[in-house]
Design a protein around this ligand. Sequence first.
Ligand code: MN
Length: 226
Amino acid sequence: MLSRRDLFAAAAASPLFAQTSAPAGAFTLPKLPYAFDALEPHIDAKTMEIHHDRHHAAYVAGLNTAVAKYPEWGKRPIEEIMRLLSSVPEDVRTAVRNMGGGHINHTFFWQVMKKDGGGEPKGELAAAIDKKFSSYSQFTDAFTKAATGVFGSGWAWLVKLPDGSVDIQSTPNQDNPWMAAKATPLIGIDVWEHAYYLKHQNRRADYVKEWWNVVNWDFASEQFAK
Ligand code: MN
């Protein structure tokens, strides 16, 4: 039985995960908007490096492979592809769902976090959260419950609905709120083990608790204002 660390090492050695071997294609890995160690001590540099350079890179490579046969789909923004998933050619739809979902989710996730983040939302977003959840602390309790409660791998989200209200959603695997026509994500947390295993091992609740210290509420407010 391989240890978790061995599995990471194996992944690192695998051509599938090597950024340099990713096929050139329609989609590219966005640069992390801060240094790997920017979120220390809450999220460790090694996790950020592997998560971005290997996991996210693998989703981009997989998405490029999936759309290689259908160049017209490679020209669409990834958000549009998620919204139109049921129209993606059937033979690559599952790959686009998983790899495209991984690409958009991680691109979003890097922006949801920042150095010296945390605190509380302000302005209209704070008002919408209070209206739905009564208070910020009741919101974080409910969101934490959703994040820790995801069975297996997935995500928890705060979303804006078409009527301007906010709600919490959780999605399995790399599914996301863009797939559900009208929801707009404001924040989202990756609760796949690869997001926290190096530092927290199986203690997902510890990771979620620390994650609140890096949330970029300015970014969330910008999404809310759209
Ligand atoms: Mn991830």
